[in-house]
Design a protein around this ligand. Structure first.
Ligand code: SF4
Length: 259
């Protein structure tokens, strides 16, 4: 997706005397840019996304790691205890499937622990929320982790619990998410991020890039325009190219991937 082209193709709605304030976050923005009908189903109609084994495990791993990093000097045993305590049981059709996914998550955390033993950074923030104003609107987000390096640089980290390159993974949206988080650090948390990282918990693979402040104007324009359009109730046409990875594909009236 080309952001300048999207902005040019989606002009701002007519100015209101009293512009409506809207809270925008990455999930809303992504849905609106990918398939606006998905945005409507999730955020206007409030349709719930059913849990799947992958989403249940993702939530469990995030909660276990948050609790783990909030403790003083926890070890692998404690990490596995926290995993068991936070394990999310919905989304599994039968006990055998749940057991398979439980073991998969346990393997991820055993591997994660190896990285922890060699880590030289300080985990400065965990599940850190940011909120900042953008015109009449508000931008909100939650960052998985921020590390401070020995030289004082800050690294924004987003955990990925799925496999690299799996269906639905998009480098454009991964990058967009990290850019919003980087902007949130500057606007709301009071520090400049130096590095943006996607961290694949299952393998330990990291994709890191330097934070580029030159894209902030374009990002703010995108967030502001999308929030203006959503606040005005402007619904764009559905984009069925995203149906194969959409959680509503079995029930959505526009779906082209019901099987
Ligand atoms: S099933 Fe397709 S058309 Fe329907 S919300 Fe999902 S992506 Fe959009």
């Amino acid at each position: 997706m080309n952001l300048p082209a999207w902005l040019a193709a989606h002009p701002a709605p007519p100015a209101q005397k009293r512009p409506r304030s809207f809270e925008i976050n990455f999930s809303r923005l992504r849905a609106y840019l990918e398939c606006p009908w998905e945005y409507k189903l999730r955020f206007v109609d409030g349709r719930r996304q059913p849990f799947t084994p992958a989403s249940a495990l993702g939530m469990t791993i995030h909660k276990a790691l948050e609790a783990f990093h909030r403790e003083e000097a926890p070890d692998l045993g404690r990490l596995l205890e926290l995993y068991e305590r936070h394990f999310h049981h919905a989304g599994f059709d039968d006990p055998r499937l749940k057991e398979q996914w439980y073991k998969k998550g346990e393997g991820m955390l055993r591997r994660y622990w190896k990285d922890e033993e060699g880590r030289r950074t300080r985990a400065a923030y965990m599940e850190r929320e940011f909120i900042f104003p953008l015109g009449p609107h508000t931008v909100r987000g939650m960052i998985d982790r921020v590390d401070e390096h020995p030289d004082g640089r800050f690294e924004v980290i987003d955990y990925k619990t799925g496999a690299e390159g799996e269906a639905g993974e998009s480098s454009f949206f991964q990058d967009l998410q990290l850019r919003i988080y980087g902007l949130g650090c500057k606007e709301a948390l009071g520090f400049d991020p130096a590095l943006l990282t996607l961290y694949y918990v299952a393998t330990g693979h990291r994709k890191t890039r330097e934070y580029d402040a030159s894209g902030e104007g374009e990002l703010q324009a995108l967030l502001g325009r999308a929030a203006d359009l959503m606040a005005a109730g402007k619904l764009l046409p559905p984009d069925t190219s995203f149906c194969p990875s959409c959680v509503f594909r079995k029930t959505c009236q526009f779906s082209v991937a019901r099987d």
